[in-house]
Design a protein around this ligand. Structure first.
Ligand code: DC
Length: 211
């Protein structure tokens, strides 16, 4: 049976997760945040002190992994993991590994009537035939301001200028990489998330009511 899928792509800190959670709750869809899978891999490599500059080390260690958590946590949201996740995501072997996890998640999950999946390449590569594709747009300065507030609220020390620099660096890494770079997927609807969340949800509701 063909499954109903909504994809959400967009740059770092553009609010994809919050938007996906909103859609998941309101339209009773199962949510998968593919960024968590890249972050979990980065965490495993960090814990096992894998030299991530060495592609052979990455490949050797990927085959050893037989289970990966899909759960979010404060630890995997830290800046060191964000940076490493973006770095390892350039490799095709890492992307294939994560994509397989996503396909299995959809294939084996029959509890909900459909899925909302967010990331950087979901509508452009992983689920090209999705029923609805969204691409989230937010200025880097607004993203940095929101991320700064998030980190301060969660008790982490943080400097706005450094966050803005990191966000711009991650944008560059995500958009310029050879394999599955961040692009606006063909047929995607642009969602402007610079304003209030209410404004964003209005744009989304309009689209979903048409389906
Ligand atoms: O969405 P996020 O910030 O949690 O993602 C962390 C990193 O993982 C991001 O900088 C790039 C990578 N990523 C990716 O390359 N493709 C995806 N579909 C999701 C995340």
């Amino acid at each position: 049976m063909k499954k109903f899928i909504i994809t959400i792509d967009g740059p770092a800190a553009s609010g994809k997760e919050k938007i996906a959670k909103y859609i998941s709750r309101r339209w009773k869809l199962s949510h998968l945040d593919s960024g968590i899978l890249y972050r979990r891999l980065a965490q495993i490599f960090l814990i096992n002190k894998i030299d991530t500059k060495d592609i052979n080390q990455i490949k050797k260690n990927l085959v050893k992994i037989n289970k990966i958590s899909f759960r979010n946590s404060k630890k995997i949201r830290k800046q060191n993991i964000s940076k490493l996740a973006s770095k390892i995501a350039i490799h095709n072997c890492v992307r294939n590994f994560v994509n397989k996890l996503q396909y299995n998640f959809v294939k084996n999950n029959n509890k909900k009537q459909g899925f909302v999946i967010d990331g950087r390449d979901i509508g452009s590569v992983v689920f090209k035939k999705a029923n609805l594709k969204l691409y989230i747009e937010v200025n880097p300065e607004i993203r940095a301001k929101r991320r700064y507030k998030q980190l301060i609220d969660s008790g982490e020390k943080s400097i706005y200028r450094k966050i803005l620099k990191d966000i711009k660096l991650r944008d560059k890494q995500d958009k310029l990489r050879k394999h599955s770079p961040l692009v606006i997927p063909k047929g995607a609807h642009l969602i402007n998330n610079n304003g209030t969340f209410e404004n964003t949800t209005k744009q989304i509701t309009k689209l979903l009511e048409k389906i």
